[in-house]
Design a protein around this ligand. Structure first.
Ligand SMILES: [Zn+2]
Length: 262
C-alpha cells in the first residue's frame, strides 16, 4: 500500500473537456461525476488507490456514465440527487443531508441547486473549503438551463456566492476561455475579467487546467453572479436584450445571449 497523504483533489480529464474529480489521501479515494470508468480506473491504478465511494451531481451521461463499470467489482456507496433517477444510486441525497466518508476523514454537505437539471445537487467540503458544483457553476460561466428556470438557477448560484471566498470551485468542464470571452462582452469595463481571460488563455496554451477557481474569483469575474451590476444591466439594455432592470430577467437575458454568443 502507498503512503497516506494529506487529503487532496486530482483532476481526471475525460471526453473532450470534462474533469472528473478524484478526492484521495494516497490510499483511499472517492470520485465525483465519473462519466467514464476507464480514466478513473487508470488513475486509481497509477496512484495505487482504493475506490470507496462515488458522488454524482446530476443525471447526465458525461457525469454518471461510468457508475455501472466502477461498481461492477466493488461494493461501494453511490451518492446522488434524490430528485433524479440515476441507475446505481443507492444513497439519495437532498439539501441538509451530509455525506460522511470515514476512510477519508471527509464530510460533505449537500446543496440543492436546480437549474441545469431539475434535481442537480452540489457537495461542499466545509472543512477543506471545496465545492463540487457539477454543471451548475463554471469558471466564468454557468450551466445551460435544460430543465430548470432562471429563478431556480439564480437561487442556486446564490448559495455558492454565500460560501467563503476562498472556497475552491471544482466545476466539471474546461469552458473557461469561451466563458470569459463572453464575460468581457457582458461587462466590458471589468479589468478583473480581462486579466483573468489573459491568464486562462496562457494556461490553455501551455496545456494547463484553468480550474479549480475560487468563489471569490467567480464573484469578481463571472457575469452569472454579477447580473445585478449596473454595467451588466447596461450592456444587456444596450444590446436590446433587456427592458427594465429586474434581476431574474437580467439573468435570463444573459443566459440567452450566451447561448448564441460566438
Ligand atoms: Zn450536465
Amino acid at each position: 500500500m502507498s503512503a497516506k497523504q494529506p487529503l487532496q483533489v486530482t483532476a481526471i480529464p475525460a471526453f473532450a473537456d470534462n474533469y472528473l474529480w478524484l478526492i484521495h489521501d494516497g490510499q483511499h479515494a472517492a470520485v465525483v461525476d465519473p462519466g467514464d470508468a476507464a480514466p478513473v480506473e487508470a488513475a486509481l491504478a497509477s496512484l495505487n488507490l482504493t475506490l470507496d465511494a462515488i458522488l454524482l451531481t446530476h443525471h447526465h451521461a458525461d457525469h454518471a456514465g461510468g457508475v455501472a463499470a466502477l461498481t461492477a467489482g466493488r461494493t461501494i456507496p453511490v451518492y446522488g440527487p434524490a430528485r433524479e433517477r440515476i441507475a446505481g444510486v443507492d444513497r439519495p441525497l437532498s439539501e441538509g443531508q451530509q455525506v460522511v466518508l470515514p476512510s477519508l476523514g471527509l464530510t460533505l454537505s449537500v446543496l440543492d441547486v436546480p437549474g441545469h437539471t431539475a434535481g442537480h445537487i452540489a457537495y461542499v467540503a466545509t472543512g477543506q473549503r471545496w465545492l463540487f458544483c457539477g454543471d451548475t457553476l463554471f469558471a466564468g460561466g454557468c450551466g445551460r438551463l435544460f430543465e430548470g428556470t432562471p429563478q431556480q438557477m439564480t437561487a442556486s448560484l446564490q448559495k455558492f456566492a454565500a460560501l467563503p471566498d476562498d472556497t475552491a470551485v471544482y466545476c466539471a468542464h474546461e469552458y473557461t476561455v469561451s466563458n470569459l470571452r463572453f464575460a468581457v462582452a457582458a461587462e466590458p469595463g471589468n479589468v478583473h475579467i480581462a486579466e483573468r481571460l489573459e491568464q486562462a488563455q496562457q494556461d490553455r496554451a501551455r496545456g494547463l487546467a484553468t480550474v479549480p477557481s475560487t468563489v471569490g474569483i467567480e464573484k469578481r469575474t463571472n457575469p452569472f453572479l454579477r447580473y445585478r451590476e449596473p454595467a451588466v444591466i447596461a450592456a444587456l439594455q444596450a444590446g436590446g436584450r433587456l427592458n427594465g432592470n429586474d434581476p431574474v430577467a437580467a439573468f435570463a437575458a444573459l443566459r440567452e445571449w450566451k447561448n448564441s454568443f460566438r
